[in-house]
Design a protein around this ligand. Structure first.
Ligand code: SAM
Length: 290
């Protein structure tokens, strides 16, 4: 039947995506630099700027220290009312090896504060369907920030889960990010609805994803690069042509900037808009849960 066929192809996609990211987990970060000529760092930095997390962390800290001044029983660095309060919680879905989450931790200087106070005003949760990617991410986090941030303060967490059925309560997060993840999800609309569910009212959704190039000469060059060069590079560097062929195809099949806007609106988001970067090679979509 038609339904039988659909469900087989969905499972097929899930299996394929899992296989791809298991294959690439160990090389993932090197290959990202290699394939994008380092551009992915710039795109991720821009995403971070849009979240405002760096400047916001300062405001939160200032509020906490004003609170401290008003109540001399509190130790410096304690959260509001002397409790280790998390004032801003971030969920990074399809967070893989932690690139986006680490930018939040750096911007908010979570690890410095956790050393001095044992409390954190910002918490970052990385959620990914693939345990291999999470394993690489956790070990990078330990090297980069030390283990306390994972084991003691829990300002940074790695959680296995599917974007379509997130293992979190309704209204849990202030910010939801997903970078180069949405196109890998089998049912994009379901992932958007679940993003909406876990965000608090007033929470913000930000998606960084490959999109559709808007400028014709650039589109031609980009086609040439992605169909000819990328699978070849995948073969040469990682001995894995198929995974990188999948990467290119999944980018082509993914919806346009405008389609994603309307799908986000259907999921309930308000104030939906997008910003193209590098001529539309990638775009950031944002929306708010009212
Ligand atoms: N966000 C990271 C970054 O920008 O470097 C990783 C992006 S990587 C291209 C895509 C990630 O999506 C992989 O780690 C993969 O395991 C994850 N993924 C694929 N399908 C998923 C799903 N249904 N739910 C959660 N994560 C998923």
């Amino acid at each position: 039947t038609h339904f039988g066929f659909t469900s087989v192809s969905i499972n097929e996609k899930e299996r394929k995506v899992r296989q791809v990211f298991e294959n690439v987990a160990d090389n993932y970060d090197v290959m990202n630099d290699f394939m994008s000529g380092g551009l992915h760092r710039y795109w991720k930095d821009e995403l971070l700027k849009m979240t405002g997390v760096g400047p916001m962390a300062k405001v939160v800290r200032r509020r906490a220290s004003l609170n401290y001044a008003a109540n001399s029983d509190l130790k410096s660095g304690d959260g509001m009312n002397g409790k280790a309060a998390v004032l801003f919680s971030i969920l990074d879905v399809a967070g893989g090896t932690g690139d986006i989450a680490f930018r939040f931790v750096d911007a908010a200087k979570c690890e410095e504060r956790s050393k001095s106070s044992g409390s954190d005003e910002i918490s970052v949760t990385v959620c990914d369907i693939n345990p291999e990617m999470l394993r690489v991410g956790e070990s990078r986090a330990r090297k980069r920030f030390g283990s306390a941030i994972l084991d003691e303060t829990c300002a940074l967490k790695f959680v296995e889960g599917n974007a379509q059925y997130l293992p979190f309560d309704d209204n849990s997060f202030d910010l939801y990010t997903i970078a180069f993840g949405l196109r890998n999800v089998t049912d994009v609309d379901m992932a958007l609805r679940d993003a909406y569910r876990v965000l608090k009212p007033g929470g913000r959704f930000l998606c960084l994803e490959f999109s559709h190039v808007t400028n014709l000469p650039l589109a031609k060059l980009y086609d040439l690069y992605s169909f000819n060069v990328i699978p070849q590079l995948g073969q040469m560097v990682a001995n894995d042509r198929d995974s990188y062929q999948y990467l290119v195809e999944s980018i082509r099949k993914f919806c346009t900037q405008e389609e994603l806007v309307s799908r986000m609106e259907t999921a309930g988001f308000e104030g939906v808009q997008f910003t193209n970067m590098t001529g539309g090679i990638v775009a950031v979509h944002e929306g708010w849960k009212p």
